[in-house]
Structure formats: C-alpha cells, structure tokens
Design a protein around this ligand. Structure first.
Ligand code: XIL
Length: 332
C-alpha cells in the first residue's frame, strides 16, 4: 500500500488524475512517458489541439501531435481530455487578417469543431469546448468569436461538439473563477443561462493556476457546491502552484506540498472527480517562460524525474483517505 503509485491510488478512489502533455516531449523522452503512464490515469493535450497549432492555413489540419498524444492515452488506458476547441489565444496568425463575413467565420468554426471533435469522437473522453470566455469583472470577453456571433458562439460550440461527439463530457473551462469573486459569479451566471436553454454542457473546469495569489479554499468549496447544484461536474483542470520568487515562504516546497494536500482534500470532500496538473515535471512547465518572477517548480516531479514533497503529500493523502464515499464506491 505504501508503495502504491499515484495512478493506483487514484484508480482506487475512482478519481481521474491527469497531466497536460506536450507532443515533442512525449516523442523524445522515455522518462516522461514512464511517469505519465505510471503515475497518471489521464492526459490533457497541452497545446496540440489549440487552433493555432492545428490550422497552418484555413484549409488544412495538422493532427500529428494530437494524434500522438491521443494514441498514447489510448494505449495506456488513460482518459483523454481535448483542450480546447474555442479560445481567444493561440489562434492561427492568418485568422485576424482574414477578410470574411461573420457568417463565414461561424461556418469556419462549425467545420473546425465538427472536424476535430468528430475525428476523436471515440478517443477523446472530455472536451474543454470553450476556454476563458469571461473577464475578471464577470462580463463576456470580446473575442473574434464574440464579435461575430455574440454570446451565442458559446452555445453553438457546445451543440456542434455534441453533434459529432455525443458521448464526450463537454466542459467550459476558465481561470480566476475558483473562489468567490465577480468572475466566478459571471461564469456561474453564464452556465446557468446555458443550462436553462438546454445547451449540452456537462462540466465546468476550474483551472487552478495557484500562482501570484492562492485562492481561499473555503470559498472554492462554496463555489464548487453552487456549480454542482446546477447539475454540473466540477474538474480542476490546470493545477500548478508557485510563489513570487522575491517573497516566497522560507520552505516553499513544504508550503507547496501543503497547498496540494489541502486542494486534494477539498476535491475528495467535494466530490470533484477530476484533477489535472499542468505538466509533469517542473522542467516541462509553462511557468518559467511565462512568469519569470515566480518560483519555477510548480509541479509534482522535479527535472530529474524524481517525486517532490508535493507528490508525497497527495499520495499519502490518498493512501490515508478511505475510498468509501468517493466516486468508485458508488459505481455499479
Ligand atoms: C499554456 C501552455 O502551457 C503553454 O505552453 C503555451 O505557450 C501557452 O498556453 N490557460 C490555458 C492553457 O487554458 O491552454 C494555457 O497553456 C495556460 C493557461
């Protein structure tokens, strides 16, 4: 028992424990592949399914990285999460300058979603259909999609995904909406409106990038509860934990481990069925290049493929917590 891997413990709890995966690292690094299949029962495509990666030009798709990640997940019996069909970032360079009508843009997005979600209809289990549509004040973000279709782009995207991938769990995903704040309220209200209109949405993803500030976990618990009361699953989709380098706790890896532990305890208590870290090893994380002011060790494994105190914290929490009452116990 003491030697059980994270994956074995997650399976016992009926918990989906995933990591974001990069196609080139997956191809080139056997240690990375070993950690993924040994320690996780799920993977998320970190960049490979973003429109900018997939669409070198308006008429072409490049599925090489996505296919590699998805088939790795298949081979090793992992749940595969597709990230993401509609976003305002990492768009193709040609998209903004492209001269087209609003209707043409709508048809383009429809074809994109039908092609991508349709290709993986039997291999991608969960889709982050729409990513980051809400601003910090709770209002809708003005994106190329919003400008052409208004808020309706969101429900259209979910319907299109559902048409071709009816068995997939369809998710809305966002950041800074974990605790109780105007953005979380905006997300909650958006999801309520969508559900009232019968939009096929199954889950909400709270990214949980615990970086410059840590969310108050008590408030996260209340937010999770109200989202679940709408009938949605709640997933923690992009977890990483870092501290401002200039102002970090004295033993920041211990503080980090404690935060991971408390987050997992919250997930287990709140019936959150999916937790995903945004990468495997610290050296794979986006933090170093995006936030050089932060400690660059946000994940569960270090650059030598070794476990960290954060890993020990979640493994011991899972080992010490009975799986009675967690998801697996209720499965037929
Ligand atoms: C990040 C990737 O990790 C980086 O490699 C890339 O350069 C930028 O995007 N929220 C999201 C993710 O939904 O798609 C982002 O991923 C991190 C923030």
């Amino acid at each position: 028992m003491a030697d059980a891997t994270l994956r074995e413990l997650a399976d016992q709890h009926g918990l989906t424990v995933g990591a974001a995966v990069a196609g080139d690292t997956l191809r080139n690094d056997p240690h990375y592949r070993g950690l993924l299949k040994g320690e996780f029962n799920a993977i998320t495509t970190e960049n490979a399914l973003k429109m900018g990666e997939l669409r070198p030009d308006p008429n072409r798709f490049d599925f090489a990285d996505a296919d590699a990640i998805v088939s790795f997940g298949e081979v090793y019996g992992m749940s595969v999460r597709g990230h993401t069909l509609v976003w305002h970032n990492q768009q193709p360079d040609w998209l903004r300058p492209w001269e087209r009508t609003d209707d043409q843009l709508e048809q383009f997005l429809r074809t994109h979603i039908h092609t991508v979600a349709g290709r993986y209809r039997s291999t991608i289990d969960v889709w982050d259909v729409v990513n980051e549509a809400v601003l910090d004040d709770g209002s809708m973000r003005e994106t190329v999609w919003y400008d052409a279709m208004g808020e309706a782009y969101i429900e259209k995207a979910f319907h299109w995904a559902n048409e071709v991938a009816p068995d997939a769990t369809l998710c809305y995903n966002d950041y800074n909406a974990e605790g109780m704040n105007p953005k979380a309220d905006g997300v909650y209200e958006l999801l309520s409106r969508l559900l009232d209109r019968g939009v096929p949405i199954d889950a909400v993803g709270l990214q949980m990038h615990a970086l410059h500030e840590k969310p108050d976990l008590e408030a996260v618990g209340r937010n999770v509860e109200r989202l679940q009361e709408l009938g949605l699953e709640v997933h923690l989709t992009e977890i990483d934990v870092a501290y401002p380098d200039a102002d970090k706790p004295e033993h920041h890896r211990t503080a980090q481990a404690n935060f991971y532990r408390e987050l997992l305890e919250l997930a287990l208590a709140a019936d959150i069925n999916t937790v995903v870290t945004w990468g495997v090893r610290d050296s794979d994380s986006w933090i170093r290049s995006w936030f050089p002011d932060l400690t660059d060790d946000p994940l569960l494994f270090d650059k030598h493929n070794e476990t960290k105190p954060a890993y020990d914290a979640i493994v011991s929490t899972l080992a010490e917590t009975s799986s009675e009452g967690s998801q697996s116990a209720r499965q037929p």
